[in-house]
Design a protein around this ligand. Structure first.
Ligand code: EPU
Length: 417
């Protein structure tokens, strides 16, 4: 298992190119299942999760052609309407094949994803929504078996706001008979990006970017070209890194209009942020100020940035509190940050942080994707050497993070095993 070796203390200076968004690319790749035409995608990030999704899609008979960040999909020869457990267990986003396969072919067999490190994460809302669209669904042997003649449009109100749930139902509804109204829909920019691709493929969708999506079903969708939006979480992670280490970095290939509450919180920490078209320049001098927040759905503070902010709060001048409202078990980085000398206590859904004057490097263990990013940030701010173990979590969602960070002056290297 690869590890990262970090010697802390370097300020960051220079330019980093931000990749396409993981959480936009994954549903967008699944949209290739909806048509027999070519779906030509660019700005697809080079990530382990993307490779896993392409493998899963290829196993259905979808033709995948890849040239670095360009991926072309052709769904003319799909003949296996299945997502097996071996693949789904490594990536929960595999559930996103369910809606498209069912809507286009009237049948799908997809393994139940099960729990994961950050919480139990059920998919009941995906199932409830597809049933409302007329699918017959039963669960047996850990698999979801779904069948329908033709999905029929209806009004669906999900119990909570769910990102992949909205995406699954949105994709399914594009090929349903009649009109579907998705109430309480997720408004994340990644959902919106998927909707834009679907429209380019011939789908009829109103209310894009709002919590009420109205989808008028069409007979079939055609091929399209689409550029995946920039990853706001990757960008936010590097902004946290510079807030922790100090320095002056410029992020390119970003989308400054899709940012959420995290940007304001970074400014509150003391980061000077300059937005200019698709670039973000961030300058940090001095010790960060503590910031407190609750995670919520977009455009509120994203749960996917919670761990990285906690690493900065851990060295801030003062105390702060962070409440996680989306996932029940997303504080696993706390123990590891405390190994580096942070003072963090958890009480239920809230972490209380007393900023430490300094962190000291130590061996730590990555437990999930964003927790890993938080340990990298803490390691860069700590004195001495930090070894982050189990970085396969990091590789799932960040394109060569250590390469990008060493380009701007961090002392960080991958130790291959
Ligand atoms: N939920 C249910 N039932 C459902 C669906 C969701 O109870 O049928 C609950 C979840 O357990 C959770 C909450 O609703 O407590 C919200 O979950 P959501 O469905 O929105 O999460 P997701 O779609 O599984 C996506 C991202 C996550 C991100 C969350 C929240 C992708 C592929 N994944 O997950 O990304 O944290 O939305 O914004 O888009 C990450 O990138 O590190 C990551 C975990």
């Amino acid at each position: 298992m690869d590890k990262l070796k970090i010697i802390g203390g370097n300020r960051l200076n220079g330019e980093i190119r931000i990749s396409g968004a993981k959480n936009a690319a994954l549903p967008i790749l699944c949209a290739g299942l909806l048509t027999a035409g070519d779906v030509e995608l660019s700005n697809v990030p080079r990530l382990h999760d993307v490779r896993t999704m392409l493998k899963l899609l290829a196993a259905t008979g979808l033709k995948v052609t890849q040239d670095d960040e360009k991926v072309t999909l052709n769904g003319a020869g799909i003949d296996k309407l299945e997502a097996p457990y071996e693949m789904v267990k490594t990536m929960r986003a595999s559930i996103l094949v369910l809606g498209p396969l069912l809507a286009r072919f009237g049948e799908a067999k997809v393994s139940l994803p099960g729990g994961c490190a950050i919480g139990s994460r059920p998919v009941d809302q995906h199932i409830k929504g597809l049933q409302a669209l007329g699918a017959e669904i039963h669960i047996e042997g850990g698999y979801i078996y779904a069948k329908c003649k033709k999905l029929k449009g209806t009004r669906i109100v999900t119990d909570m706001i769910t990102v992949t749930g909205t995406e699954n139902l949105l994709m399914a509804a594009t090929l349903a008979e009649g009109t579907t109204v998705l109430e309480n829909a997720a408004r994340e920019p990644e959902v919106t990006d998927l909707a834009h691709l679907l429209v380019a493929m011939g789908a009829k969708i109103e209310g894009i970017g709002t919590d009420r999506l109205v989808i008028h079903g069409v007979e079939e969708l055609h091929g399209a070209k689409h550029e995946v939006i920039s990853d706001r979480i990757e960008a936010g992670t590097f902004l946290c890194a510079v807030a922790a280490t100090g320095g002056d970095i410029t992020l390119t290939n970003t989308r400054t209009d899709i940012f959420d509450a995290a940007l304001d919180k970074l400014a509150e920490m003391g980061l000077t942020i300059m937005l200019n078209g698709s670039t973000i320049r961030a300058v940090m001098t001095g010790r960060p100020k503590p910031v407190s927040f609750r995670t919520t759905e977009y455009p509120g503070f994203p749960t996917d940035m919670q761990a990285q902010f906690m690493a900065v709060d851990a060295i801030a001048h003062g105390t702060s509190s962070i409440t996680e409202t989306i996932f029940e078990n997303r504080f696993m980085h706390v123990q590891e940050l405390n190994r580096l000398g942070a003072h963090i206590n958890i009480d239920g859904k809230t972490a209380f942080i007393r900023g430490a004057d300094r962190l000291v490097g130590a061996p730590v263990m990555a437990t999930d994707l964003r927790a890993s990013a938080s340990l990298v940030i803490a390691g860069m701010a700590a004195q001495g050497e930090t070894i982050v173990d189990r970085i396969y979590h990091l590789d799932r969602g960040y394109d060569r993070m250590e390469v990008k960070l060493s380009q701007v002056g961090a002392n960080i290297e991958r130790i291959r095993e």
